[in-house]
Ligand binder design. Structure first.
Ligand SMILES: Nc1ncnc2c1ncn2[C@@H]1O[C@H](COP(=O)(O)OP(=O)(O)OP(=O)(O)O)[C@@H](O)[C@H]1O
Ligand SMILES: [Mg+2]
Length: 221
């Protein structure tokens, strides 16, 4: 069985799509890369094209999503990342059933904090991730009350605002930022796998010990 993580929550730019791709990029950027697929489910989204360290597939209608999941879930040593669609409780129900971890991003605002807290109440096994969090001490101090709208036990460590992250979904710009965002991307996927109690090596392809290094251009000695 593949392992599944799903990004869910409200409409309005909390970071579901961006973090789905960031996590997949991180998984594909580990010293031993994890084969990873992002499933796009929002009918309003274009599929992110171009060569990437992961694959993007179309799940933008309920039958397509069901087909993709049926095909992907049976594959061993695969990470499936679902870029969820907001305000679709039918899709949320499916995600809650099949995902090893459901993640709800929320930004530094009262509205985002309240929505994330409400969504988490309805999904007992989901966690929040404070996203685009300010690092400047003064600003971060003010944002603390929004951070704490989600209990500490129900959230991952906060993720800062990462410059140029818009480029991640663009086929033309992905290659330009792939290297510089690899480090925060690896950090995020490792946090998520730890929280989901998934051992990264469990998902690494079984061909040989050197596969991951070779795909990064480092040859066996
Ligand atoms: N950690 C971050 N650092 C910098 N920019 C970010 C970060 N997370 C998200 N963004 C930016 O915020 C914007 C909205 O993010 P995104 O489209 O991923 O949200 P979404 O939850 O998928 O929205 P929607 O509900 O419309 O599908 C994008 O421009 C994205 O680049
Ligand atoms: Mg989106």
């Amino acid at each position: 069985m593949a392992r599944v993580i799903a990004f869910a929550g409200s409409k309005g730019g909390t970071g579901k799509s961006t973090l789905s791709h960031l996590v997949a990029h991180g998984a594909g950027s580990l010293p031993r890369p994890i084969p990873t697929v992002v499933v796009t489910t929002d009918p309003e989204d274009l599929l992110a094209e171009g060569e990437r360290r992961y694959v993007v597939v179309d799940g933008r209608s309920p039958p397509l999503l069901a087909n993709q999941l049926q095909r992907l879930l049976s594959i061993d040593r695969l990470l499936v990342v679902i870029d969820g669609v907001a305000n679709r409780s039918d899709v949320d129900q499916i995600l809650a059933q099949i995902a090893d971890l459901v993640i709800i991003p929320y930004g530094p605002s009262a509205q985002d904090g309240a929505r994330a807290a409400a969504n988490l109440d309805g999904m007992p096994l989901a966690v929040g991730v404070p996203n685009r969090w300010p690092t400047h001490p003064g600003v971060a101090k003010r944002a603390k009350r929004w951070l704490e709208m989600v209990p500490a036990t129900r959230r991952l460590p906060l993720l800062r605002a990462i410059p140029k992250l818009d480029a991640l979904l663009s086929p033309e710009s992905y290659a330009d930022i792939a290297y510089e965002i690899a480090s925060p991307a690896r950090g995020l996927i490792l946090e998520i796998l730890a929280r989901a109690a998934v051992e990264p090596d469990e998902l690494v392809e079984d061909r040989s010990d050197t596969t991951g290094l070779e795909s990064l251009g480092i040859k066996n000695l």
